[in-house]
Design a protein around this ligand. Structure first.
Ligand SMILES: [Zn+2]
Length: 203
């Protein structure tokens, strides 16, 4: 649970600007959640909006809207320079407990990494803040997700998320298409004919 609130130094930085790691906090169920049902933070969108270019000590808000254009969620974040010399996003938001309706304030740092690009330029990645079997996940990802009922943003793997299309369409249960079966038989018959001809020639 977040604990810092006013621990700011003279420069307005947190005393402990370092990434922390959390249990996903959401019990794994047999029903997998789709990424489309989560709030997502995207490195592409942040790059486009100039979040990383503008650098540390800037304040931003991410907003989400429904199909009718009404705002459904918002999240405030600061960009900080961490002791590791990497950028960090200090995420700050409130989650409503679905059972009690209680508002839970959450605040923590997500590290942003910039591995060297072989073709120059710079790409920014988020480092997952969740714990997998008690160890920090630290996966470098382009998107972080907050599933319904979750407290912290994390990667798709940690939350065992799926895509809606994938959920609706499981190839293992695809019937054989009549067309493809017919094509297969045509090839098979053609091969048999070739074999027959070859046999005749050999005789
Ligand atoms: Zn993860």
């Amino acid at each position: 649970m977040p604990k810092r609130s006013n621990d700011l130094d003279d420069l307005g930085n947190y005393f402990e600007d370092k990434p922390e790691y959390f249990e996903p906090g959401r019990p794994r169920t047999s029903e997998r959640i789709c990424v489309e049902d989560c709030l997502a933070l995207s490195n592409t969108a942040m790059t486009r909006d100039g979040v990383f270019k503008k650098g540390p000590n800037n304040f931003w808000t991410s907003r989400w809207y429904d199909a009718a254009g009404r705002q459904t969620s918002a999240l405030d974040f600061w960009v900080r320079l961490l002791p590791s010399n990497q950028l960090g996003l200090v995420l700050s938001y409130t989650v409503t407990d679905p059972n009690t309706g209680q508002k839970i304030p959450v605040e923590y740092v997500v590290e942003v990494t910039t591995p060297p690009c072989p073709f120059g330029g710079q790409r920014y990645w988020f480092q997952c803040s969740l714990l997998t079997h008690g160890a920090p996940c630290k996966r470098r990802v382009g998107r972080l997700y907050l599933p319904p009922g979750g407290l912290y943003f994390g990667c798709r793997i940690c939350y065992n998320l799926t895509y809606r299309k994938q959920k609706q369409h499981d190839k293992r249960f695809d019937p054989i298409k009549p067309g493809s079966f017919h094509e297969l038989m045509k090839t098979f018959t053609a091969d048999l004919k070739t074999l027959h001809k070859l046999r005749k020639r050999i005789k």
